[in-house]
Design a protein around this ligand. Structure first.
Ligand code: GNR
Ligand code: NI
Length: 171
């Protein structure tokens, strides 16, 4: 298995709207394994295929402390959402920045699991927040889009500057 490269804001590829997964097969399960390896290594609590430049509607998540509760959501659809919760969100595609975002506290979500079986899951708290954050990635949306234009530009400029400096070191 291989660790995959994570795209970083403001990479335009993060704005791609992912298309539904058509077949859940061994090739897809191999890719799911790579998503988990990349997420756990980062480390992060979730990862959407979009972030590794694969524009299929698929995400992985594990918000457990012991990192032993992996979730795979293929073609996820939110059936219900209620309540409000505010979380200091971060994103592996926006490294180093954390800002408060308001999301539903509870969601009922329908998806296919890694065997292609249909599942309905009630998620609350951090898992619900994480799934909403990952589903935004599948639609080309980032948590910085919920911030003011000024904050988003500030983060973009700082990340671009860091990137230029890293580029200068390697060159
Ligand atoms: O690792 C992550 N932590 C996190 C914290 C609060 C809300 C959402 C997240 S998701 C993030 C990993 C990531 O970027 N997934 O797309
Ligand atoms: Ni993210």
């Amino acid at each position: 298995m291989a660790k995959l490269k994570i795209l970083e804001f403001p990479d335009a590829r993060l704005r791609t709207k992912a298309t539904p997964v058509e077949v859940v097969d061994d090739a897809l399960r191999a890719f799911i394994g790579e998503l988990f390896e990349t997420m756990y290594d980062a480390p992060g609590i979730g990862l959407a295929a979009t972030q590794v430049d694969v524009h299929k509607r698929l995400l992985v998540a594990d918000v457990s402390v012991d990192k032993d509760e992996p979730h795979v959501l293929i073609n996820p659809e939110i059936l219900e959402k209620d309540g409000v919760t505010v979380t200091d969100e971060g994103c592996l595609s926006v490294p180093g920045y954390y800002e408060e975002v308001e999301r539903a506290e509870h969601i009922k979500v329908h998806f296919l699991d890694r065997d292609g079986a249909e599942v309905e899951l009630d998620a609350h708290g951090l898992l619900a927040v994480c799934i909403q954050h990952e589903m935004d990635h599948l639609d080309g949306k980032l948590f910085v889009d919920y911030l003011s234009e000024a904050k988003r530009q500030r983060i973009r400029k700082k990340l671009e500057k860091e990137r230029r400096q890293q580029g200068a070191v390697v060159a």
